[in-house]
Design a protein around this ligand. Sequence first.
Ligand SMILES: Nc1ncnc2c1ncn2[C@@H]1O[C@H](COP(=O)(O)OP(=O)(O)OP(=O)(O)O)[C@@H](O)[C@H]1O
Ligand SMILES: [Mg+2]
Length: 223
Amino acid sequence: MEPIISTKGLKKIFRIGKVDVPALRGVDLRVQEGEFVAVVGPSGCGKSTLLHVLGGLTSPTEGHVLVDGNDFRGMSDADRTRFRRHKIGFVFQRYNLLPTLTARHNISIATHIQGNGFNPHRFQAVTSMLGITEKLEHRPYALSGGEQQRVAIARAVICEPKILLADEPTGNLDTENSQIVLDMMRELNRTFRQTILMITHNLEAAAVADRIIRMRDGRIISD
Ligand SMILES: Nc1ncnc2c1ncn2[C@@H]1O[C@H](COP(=O)(O)OP(=O)(O)OP(=O)(O)O)[C@@H](O)[C@H]1O
Ligand SMILES: [Mg+2]
């Protein structure tokens, strides 16, 4: 079977003034549809950069990226944005919820941006799986950290993205809320065969995944 994500010789070099900062130094990665992959490694080793490149948030400096059959080379920014809206759900470490909107609207707005219409059955299935049906009329300030994180996950998966990319989704949570969020990710993976790539610093979090990728200095050192 063709992998849903495949990269070859992927490099990303940031340029600050006259200094080149290599964040990715040649990453070869293949992820099959339905896999739940954890990405671990020390701070600064390129984990977020890898996720941003795979999600079309940043373009690679060199190398080959195929995501669900789409080649990023030669794609314009507009094409990559469109691609991202339709194929990728992104969970940011800091949630990025809109403070003036209720949980319900924070989630449903993603379907309006994507433009494929609101699916009430999907909304019901996702919010009940994430255990937030009672909290939908709350604005972010009236939600706990774990609830905000679950709303952010609901927003990321509401449009049925083929791939869920999560940058430390339990980074700001206590043990109990981390466990709730991890159980939900596992459940999404099992129930919807959701492909997930999750960055984490937490070994317990990594243990729920099918596969652990270790990075160091912009490379994968074990898989
Ligand atoms: N926009 C940017 N401009 C310049 N350098 C950057 C930029 N983003 C990241 N870097 C550099 O690229 C390297 C990899 O950063 P990245 O954010 O991918 O690390 P990370 O593995 O996610 O670390 P952490 O665990 O601390 O989040 C670091 O050296 C960082 O300083
Ligand atoms: Mg990071």
